[in-house]
Design a protein around this ligand. Structure first.
Ligand code: AMP
Length: 218
């Protein structure tokens, strides 16, 4: 199972990828999560990436390609993986194809999740996450039991610095310009499936499960 979850920021692709990863016991590789951890740990990569991330811009292709290359080399990825937030540009997609090809592998499916723009802005600006265990909540749609604190580990929830209104607008513009072309790119290669990302997490998960099974992947 080698899958990509594609879509604009805030469509819920990370949440869906987490559920599929847990269900099938495959690792999820989220370049955004790895970069945020590097920022928290103030590693040289984190320091370099922070400025781009805070403005809603993409970090350089070479940085994220390096992250994915290292991850894919880990034994845990041998039986498959789910990519969340990578690739985000056509050059990244080409690097990924080349990386897989050297191992005699190819992608099975690209799951393109979409949600109307106004819903995305609402979803992202209300999103709160736990810096310790990465659990994600929403002030309106999936509030934690105790406001401001993680249900899972009790840590104080935070708003991602790039989930503010202005940065969300930048991220959506960057998505349209640099990432949306990947939809046609993968469609042309015959491996893209569209999923309606509206509705509850469970409803969307059901749609994803159906498309995986329709493609012989579950
Ligand atoms: P995400 O959590 O996927 O929304 O990513 C958060 C931020 O990390 C993005 O806005 C980018 O600044 C950076 N980032 C994550 N993945 C990539 C990628 N594949 N290419 C470039 N930048 C990325």
């Amino acid at each position: 199972m080698r899958l990509i979850f594609l879509g604009a920021p805030g469509v819920g692709k990370g949440t869906q990828a987490d559920l599929i990863a847990a269900k099938f016991g495959r690792p999820k590789i989220s370049t955004g999560d790895i970069l945020r951890e590097a920022v928290r740990n103030k590693t040289p990569m984190g320091v370099q990436a922070k400025a781009c991330m805070d403005q809603g811009k993409l970090v350089p292709d070479s940085v994220v390609v390096g992250i994915v290359r290292d991850k894919l080399a880990e034994p845990v990825c041998a039986r498959g993986f789910l990519l969340d937030g990578f690739p985000r540009t056509v050059p990244q997609a080409e690097e990924l194809t080349a990386m897989l090809k050297t191992r005699g592998l190819q992608l099975d499916r690209v799951i393109n999740v979409s949600v109307p723009r106004e819903d995305i802005v609402r979803r992202l600006t209300g999103r709160r996450s736990c810096p310790k265990c990465q659990a994600v909540f929403h002030v309106e749609f999936t509030p934690p039991k105790r406001a401001g604190f993680c249900d899972r580990c009790g840590d104080e929830l935070m708003q991602r610095s790039d989930d503010t209104r202005e940065t969300v607008e930048n991220r959506l513009a960057v998505y349209e310009e640099q990432t949306a072309p990947l939809i046609a790119y993968y469609r042309q290669r015959g491996i893209l499936s569209d999923v309606d990302g509206t509705g509850t997490v469970e409803q969307v998960q059901q749609r994803v499960a159906e498309l995986l099974s329709a493609n012989g992947l579950a």
